[in-house]
Design a protein around this ligand. Structure first.
Ligand code: UDP
Length: 387
């Protein structure tokens, strides 16, 4: 009789594009490392299971974060262990049935959560005799207390600071591993060089190329920033990715541009776009930052979500991989420096390469496999930072 393959359930939601991208990247790494020795599935638990109005969160997330001050206040007052407990116990009566239905309808040998909301509910719904539950934290530095539930079997974090924060929230240090932000293998395997890639996409191949992106949902003042670059007199290509923000793309299409400007909605070509570019102007999303590091792409952060993305700004500046520029003028000034002072830009590229963690998803895949008994746990520890 053939033995049933272990089945892994990924819990994510499309609040932004980063959680799905992380689950996709780990799924890809599991397939690369272990072929078809296991099976996987992904569930958007907010959209498909949460009771109203919580099931509308993925739809309204881009709208909510248009009020950054309010978002920041909400983030701050809900962050902290007692607050997280209060939120969880208050909401439990409303979400209990949905959480139980989800775990009943998606039986798995191991669960991986890549989202802060829901961890405690799933652990409660699974009860005592449950399969292993792993949380992969996809915020870099300022990680919210909701990520950390002591009942989780393993917490995988992207940075040392996130590790320390997990300990602060009473997670047992031996359960925490630092593996880096999970990103797709496609980011580390460029098939063409910059010039060939630009030719492939129909962009002038000899110009300094700026990639502008506002996360999966095209958030922040992307239009104002692109206009300021275009009007600055810099001789550049602009590649603007609006993600799922169709209204922004429609608006940008009505404008006329002095420089070659290429507009895209949600693209699956991000790894190649990053390789083809010379600099990225982006919202401070952790996924995009980690991917840019692997591509050796200097980063200009034009916006952030207060609270959860504050630490990403500190991370970028202290690693010398980019600049916080919340004002379009500062974006233009930084680009001008990097274009005029090649040595300075080269140093930033170097810093990106040193800070990059291209193996993150593979390490996470191996940690998962070791919990399933597919490989020896000790062999995974090589290359992993753990205090
Ligand atoms: N992304 C993509 N195509 C797009 C826009 C974004 O694949 O058109 C990906 C991007 O490469 C990254 C993720 O979406 O992996 C965005 O995650 P991040 O953490 O940067 O920001 P979020 O959208 O979660 O706020």
């Amino acid at each position: 009789m053939t033995k049933k393959k272990p089945h892994i359930l990924f819990l994510f939601s499309d609040t932004g594009g980063g959680h799905r991208a992380a689950a996709d990247a780990i799924t890809e790494a599991l397939a690369l490392e272990f072929d078809d020795a296991l099976t996987t599935e992904m569930v958007d638990f907010l959209k498909d299971y949460a009771p109203p109005p919580y099931n509308q969160l993925p739809r309204f997330y881009p709208e909510m974060v248009k009020l950054p001050e309010l978002w920041g206040v909400g983030y701050k007052i809900s962050d902290g262990r007692p607050q997280a407990r209060l939120v969880t116990s208050t909401l439990w009566p409303y979400v209990r049935n949905a959480a139980r239905r989800l775990v009943r309808e998606h039986p798995a040998d191991l669960l991986v959560s890549v989202h802060p909301v829901g961890n405690s509910f799933f652990l409660k719904a699974l009860g005592k005799n449950r399969p292993p539950f792993i949380t992969v934290v996809t915020d870099m530095v300022t990680t919210h207390a909701l990520w950390y539930d002591q009942r989780a079997d393993l917490i995988i974090v992207p940075t040392r600071i996130a590790f320390e924060r997990a300990v602060e929230y009473h997670m047992a240090p031996e359960k925490i591993f630092i593996a880096g932000q999970p990103i797709s293998e496609r980011h580390s395997r460029p098939e063409l060089d910059k010039v060939a890639l630009r030719e492939k996409f129909g962009w002038p191949s000899d110009k300094f190329t700026i990639l502008l992106v506002g996360g999966g949902d095209g958030m922040g003042p992307l239009a104002e920033t692109a206009r300021a670059i275009d009007e600055s007199g810099l001789d550049v290509n602009q590649v603007i990715v609006t993600g799922r923000n169709a209204r922004l793309k429609d608006y940008l299409e009505t404008l006329s541009w002095e420089n070659p400007t290429f507009l895209y909605g949600f693209t699956t070509d991000m790894p190649e776009f990053m390789r083809a570019a010379n600099a990225i102007v982006t919202k401070a999303g952790p996924g995009t930052i980690a991917e840019a590091l692997v591509a050796g792409l200097p980063v200009i952060l034009y916006a952030k979500l207060p609270g959860q993305e504050d630490g990403n700004v500190t991370f970028v500046e202290s690693a010398g991989v980019g600049v916080w520029a919340p004002d379009p003028l500062k974006v233009v000034r930084t680009l001008t420096r990097w274009i005029c002072r090649a040595d300075e830009r080269e140093q930033v590229v170097e810093n990106c390469r040193s800070a990059a963690r291209p193996q993150s998803s593979r390490i996470i895949a191996r940690l998962i496999a070791s919990r399933l008994g597919l490989i020896d746990h000790d062999s995974v520890l090589e290359g992993i930072g753990q205090a």
